[in-house]
Design a protein. Structure first.
Lengths: 104, 562
């Protein structure tokens, strides 16, 4: 890509909107994932007893199991939420940027 | 044989305590003892080979240019690629190793499966579309986009080859150990079978064949594991509480399997292993290469979406399978335990829990199926590794560094094929050399290098304007050397391989990632900001164009651009 083309696209408000919205969204999602995962790991490192607590009177299943499976489910869901938003909303915006560039 | 198996089981337990993360993470299946020849399993594997060779023949007709060879011409869909990525990731180690870990200590198995999964969202959010928009054949294309080609390509190719080598040795040794237990054949057969078949897939079918082998294997593994999990849950009317209650009743550790055990000892190891798994995935060359096989950034995102879904689902299955094995194998100790004595451990070692469970729920034919799938898994992963190693040599070293970008597609393709043969032969030799060695640390090391050398360079070159060639090469090299050095000084190598006194390891943590990855980022930053060369200002000036292309995909290499 020629530098002047790049500079022109970079000045396009739609491109700027695409870049900042998507960056903001991916950073928030990354932080969420890190908090959930490292939170879980630190719980294991510092509070094993609580994770071993039973879910209810007379039950065998401990708190850690639904929590652990929950982290797996969370990972799957958060990834697919990002993919869906990026492939619809962000890609639509991206297509506009590309189309406007094509007219120039 | 009995004493040997007992010794192996003991070694496994000791290994678990010492190596912690490394063992469960690695493809290392420990030393195994040869079992009776299993003709059903061999027959099933033969059928898999016949099918995959047929596909290779079909793929060979389509593999003409270098682009076909490296990326299947960019014609794989997001869904297919997602399955192939999942196939690359659901190795024999994660299937047998994690279900074996759940079988041995319950809850702890879950900790690892989570660690293996959490890298995927991060790749999705930060890397997937940028990789697709900037890259063509290898991850070095992305890292070197605006940099001086020779140094950065040489570094990236080294990083790729080192990661591939360690990952490959672990897989080859795993294949040899598995074939003894699963098929009842000699170790050397496995190494040669894997070497020869993998060369055929890659040589003749390139990325198209490698991808389809991976997809077929992934579907077989997912179907087999789903059947096993359903068979287990069916026994308990689909009530997990009943399954856990019964497992706690029959397991030697009783209620301890419901809580975290000794796998995570100190928070530093925990975080360090977590980092290696999370960011290492984003630096594995055979995974990164998959982003170039799809036609667009949207399909690249879909691939990771599907890959994460399948891998997460698979880990939930292994958890159920591990608990199912606890309950069902103890009901028939005579069939599954050494001398029918539960205290002596499983026949064939602790990683055989899923394989024995296959027999318990589906009889001999299903056992054969699962054994064949487990072996096919290694074969497919090795093919992917070889292809990524071959592209690092032919595309990065030969075409770009040696020929300065003036190599024609045919010559480049020829170099890839020669490299494939060399890597195949090398893999067989290494597999045989390392037969008796403890390779438990190797996959963990591959992840540590990937997250300390490849990932920081990739990440900074794509996202940080002021990053320069010098900074990237210096930081990446520091990360590479430090991750290898600290691993040698860690208990997994210092004590378990070099046999120094227990507790004497100078680096006490399970993974170097926290230190080596931070050092890599720091050095990239420091050297880059100190870099005042004319080349550096050119590279900074080129960032805008790179960023616009990485965000919009304008100018990205397309399926037909070859």
């Amino acid at each position: 890509m020629k530098d002047d083309v790049a500079a022109r696209i970079a000045a396009n408000p739609k491109y700027q909107k695409l870049k900042s919205t998507r960056a903001g969204f991916s950073i928030v999602m990354t932080i969420l994932m890190m908090v959930v995962y490292y939170g879980y790991i630190l719980l294991i490192a510092f509070n094993k007893e609580w994770l071993g607590t039973k879910l209810g009177e007379g039950m065998t299943t401990s708190v850690g199991i639904p929590l652990g499976l929950g982290v797996i489910a969370f990972t799957i869901i958060i990834t697919n939420i990002y993919v869906r938003r990026a492939n619809t909303e962000f890609d639509a915006l991206n297509a506009e940027v590309v189309r406007e560039e094509g007219r120039k | 044989m009995m004493t040997q198996t007992t010794r192996n089981t003991l070694a496994l337990v000791v290994g678990l305590a010492a190596a912690g993360a490394a063992l469960a993470a690695g493809a290392d299946l420990g030393q195994t003892s040869k079992q009776a020849t299993n003709w059903v399993a061999i027959g099933m594997f033969g059928a898999f080979v016949a099918l995959t060779l047929f596909i290779t023949k079909w793929a060979a007709a389509k593999t003409r240019s270098a682009a076909d060879f490296y990326t299947a011409g960019g014609g794989i869909t997001g869904f297919q690629n997602g399955l192939a990525i999942a196939g690359d990731y659901m190795s024999a180690a994660s299937f047998l190793g994690i279900s074996g870990l759940v079988f041995a200590s319950g809850f702890d198995g879950l900790i690892f499966s989570i660690g293996w999964l959490v890298g995927w969202p991060v790749i999705t959010f930060l890397m997937a579309e940028r990789l697709r928009n900037l890259g063509k054949f290898t991850f070095a294309d992305v890292a070197a986009y605006r940099f001086s080609q020779t140094p950065i390509r040489s570094f990236a190719a080294t990083g790729s080859l080192v990661v591939v080598a360690f990952y490959m040795i672990a897989q080859m040794v795993g294949a040899g150990q598995l074939i003894k237990v699963l098929f009842g054949l000699e170790y050397q057969y496995a190494v040669v079978i894997v070497g020869v078949l993998m060369m055929m897939y890659v040589l003749f079918g390139g990325m198209t064949a490698t991808t389809w082998v991976q997809i077929i294997k992934a579907v077989m593994l997912l179907c087999g594991a789903t059947f096993m999990a359903i068979a287990v849950l069916y026994q308990f009317n689909f009530n997990p509480e009943a399954l856990f209650a019964k497992a706690v009743e029959v397991h030697a550790k009783h209620d301890l399997i419901m809580a975290p055990g000794g796998l995570i000892k100190d928070p530093i190891s925990a975080i360090s292993v977590g980092l290696a798994l999370m960011f290492g995935t984003a630096g594995l060359p055979h995974i990164l290469m998959r982003f170039f096989t799809v036609p667009s950034a949207a399909e690249a995102r879909k691939s990771v979406g599907w890959a994460t879904t399948w891998i997460g689902y698979f880990y939930i299955l292994t958890f159920i399978i591990g608990f199912g094995a606890i309950v069902m194998l103890t009901q028939d100790p005579a069939s599954y335990y050494v001398d029918g004595d539960i205290a002596k451990g499983l026949k064939g070692g602790g990683n055989m829990a899923a394989v024995h469970l296959a027999n318990a729920v589906g009889g001999n034919v299903f056992l054969g199926f699962i054994s064949a799938v487990a072996f096919a898994t290694i074969l497919a992963v090795v093919a992917g590794l070889t292809l990524s190693g071959a592209s690092a040599v032919s595309h990065d070293l030969y075409a770009t560094v040696f020929k300065k970008g003036n190599a024609d597609s045919a010559a480049e393709l020829r170099v890839s094929k020669i490299t494939t043969i060399c890597l195949g032969i090398l893999a067989v030799i290494l597999g045989i050399l390392f037969e008796k060695e403890n390779v438990a640390y190797m996959v963990m090391l591959a992840f540590a290098i990937a997250c300390s050398a490849n990932f920081p360079v990739l990440f900074m070159s794509v996202l940080w304007k002021d990053c320069t060639t010098r900074g990237a090469v210096a930081g990446g090299t520091v990360g590479l050397l430090m991750s290898v050095g600290l691993t040698v000084l860690s208990p997994a190598v210092w004590e378990a391989v070099l046999l120094n006194e227990k507790g004497s390891a100078p680096f006490p943590y399970s993974s170097p990632a926290l230190f080596s990855m931070s050092a890599a980022f720091f050095v990239i930053w420091l050297v880059s900001i100190l870099d005042r060369s004319a080349q550096a200002s050119k590279e900074r000036a080129a960032f805008l164009a790179q960023q616009v292309r990485s965000e919009t995909g304008i100018g990205a290499s397309t399926a037909s651009a070859h």
